[in-house]
Design a protein around this ligand. Sequence first.
Ligand SMILES: *Cc1c(COP(=O)(O)O)cnc(C)c1O
Length: 231
Amino acid sequence: MEYSYVKQQLQTVLHSIEEYIVKHSQNPENVRLVAVSKTFPPEAVTAAYEEGQRIFGENRVQELESKTPILPDDIEWHLIGHLQSNKAAKAVQMASLIHSVDSEKLIHRIDRLAGECGKVQKILLELNISGEKSKFGQTADAAMELAEAAFACTNISLQGLMTMAPFGSEECELRRVFSNLREIRNSMEKQFKKSLPELSMGMSSDYEAAIAEGATLVRIGTAIFGKRDYS
Ligand SMILES: *Cc1c(COP(=O)(O)O)cnc(C)c1O
């Protein structure tokens, strides 16, 4: 399989990101691309790496385990999918940022495991803004409690918030979800007097709206690597 198309599609996405930053008057230094390589082989990651991409996102700990040992050390791996507590140890070993923390149990587990390997684990809290039942993530009120728990941990560095918009939402609904995440982040910063710089929001179909609302990490898979084959 030839992955040169990945190089072209990555460049197209990077250009669009730049265009949206300018169009929506956002700060270019703040917006980074997480190339979501889930289900694609290491060769696809290598193609994007050769174009200069360094941040990659995976959904599952097993896929991190199979890819990280055979790919360059200077890749920053982000875990973006739901994390079960029994997989937390491996996640802490491999992920520089875990986007999907959504329970106090997981926070305490990550804190303990990070302590054991002498690491301060960067995390985001995942919020379910739209209220969709099928989604993981916490409500705004519950997230305040999770933030308090995370700030109390010595081996965790809470960096910000993550959300997913409902698939196929209209523009105005997307803007509402993403601006909501930003406002919740702002009130958390006020309440805890801490800085929470990261807003992880925006995927292949909705990253313009996310950038318009202040995303700092956009998680893009399909637009770079193509359609996923789960068969
Ligand atoms: C798969 C996935 C993405 C990327 O989705 P695309 O639509 O392929 O860009 C982003 N975030 C999360 C949490 C995902 O699971």
